[in-house]
Design a binder for this molecule. Structure first.
Ligand SMILES: [Zn+2]
Length: 86
């Protein structure tokens, strides 16, 4: 079975590839690849039909999710000055 080791889902279509952080309520997150994210959202849409609006799942865009494994703040690259090179 194909599974992305960084993904918490079970519907991966690739062993590699980007995974993103999906808030799962409270302080918890689930880490999903694009294929599992699509599956999760389909599940949430289905569940939302039965839930009151107040407790319905969020349906965020993939684009809005934070890429997992990337530093929150990019580390700035310090450029050498001419005097340091010489
Ligand atoms: Zn996956």
């Amino acid at each position: 079975m194909i599974h992305n080791n960084n993904c918490d889902g079970a519907h991966c279509t690739s062993e590699t590839g980007e995974v993103r952080t999906l808030p799962a309520g409270g302080d918890s997150n689930i880490i999903l690849c694009a294929a599992c994210f699509r599956h999760e959202l389909a599940f949430r849409r289905e569940r939302n039909r039965e839930l009151y609006k107040d407790c319905a799942f969020d349906l965020p865009d993939w684009e809005s999710l934070k890429v997992y494994g990337e530093p929150a703040q990019p580390i700035p690259v310090r450029r050498l000055t001419m005097s340091e090179i010489k």
